[in-house]
Design a protein around this ligand. Structure first.
Ligand SMILES: CC(C)(COP(=O)(O)OP(=O)(O)OC[C@H]1O[C@@H](n2cnc3c(N)ncnc32)[C@H](O)[C@@H]1OP(=O)(O)O)[C@@H](O)C(=O)NCCC(=O)NCCS
Length: 168
């Protein structure tokens, strides 16, 4: 385990492809109680509605996949389906970088509202989203079948948010 305070070197955000699938699956499995299956990722990779990116960083001399994000744009709305950072590289601003990139992209595409669901117990993710201006708009009771946990539904109103996503 690395020193968590160490900065991130040479962060690059690139499209997710089949070539990055194994690394993405590793992060997914280390991140969730009920990880998405390989075929769920394959469907996203083949779905033209789905936007998916990875973040690569320099780790020693090697470039490694440290995180990924998947989101959909449907008209003026967007939905963040998945964002995860490898446990070895958390708390260094990588999710913040990926969200800045995502919201910048959504702003360019004239998206007005961004939605996501987050487990009630996932306080770290909720804190992250609140930093960007997301607010709770509802609860889906027992949404997560594995432990019957509620989902907090969060929304970001892009027209009211005054954060300059491109500046991060
Ligand atoms: C949630 C997650 C994506 C955050 O990634 P990250 O790269 O560590 O986040 P950042 O370093 O950009 O953190 C930004 C802010 O989010 C909040 N945050 C992130 N992790 C936190 C934690 N463990 N505890 C408390 N706050 C946390 C803090 O406000 C943090 O700012 P700070 O470090 O200046 O205090 C990561 O913990 C993860 O992959 N978790 C498992 C997957 C998951 O839950 N995804 C979200 C599903 S809805």
């Amino acid at each position: 385990m690395e020193d968590a305070s160490a900065g991130v070197k040479n962060l690059k955000i690139l499209p997710m492809t089949f070539a990055s699938l194994e690394d993405v699956l590793t992060i997914e499995r280390l991140s969730y109680l009920s990880p998405w299956s390989r075929s769920q990722f394959e469907k996203e990779l083949q779905n033209p509605l789905s936007n998916k990116f990875i973040a690569k960083i320099l780790h020693g001399r090697r470039e490694v996949v440290a995180a990924f994000v998947i989101y959909w744009i449907v008209g003026e709305d967007a939905h963040i389906l998945n964002i995860a950072v490898h446990p070895d590289f958390r708390r260094r601003g990588i999710a913040t970088n990926l969200l800045c990139f995502t919201l910048d992209n959504l702003e360019e595409k004239r998206v007005k509202r961004v939605f996501l669901e987050v487990r009630r117990s996932n306080i770290s993710a909720q804190r992250l989203y609140r930093c960007f201006g997301f607010r709770e708009i509802g609860v889906r009771e027992g949404y997560y079948g594995d432990n019957n946990e509620d989902a907090i539904v969060m929304e970001l109103d892009m027209e009211r948010a005054d954060f300059d996503y491109g500046e991060q």
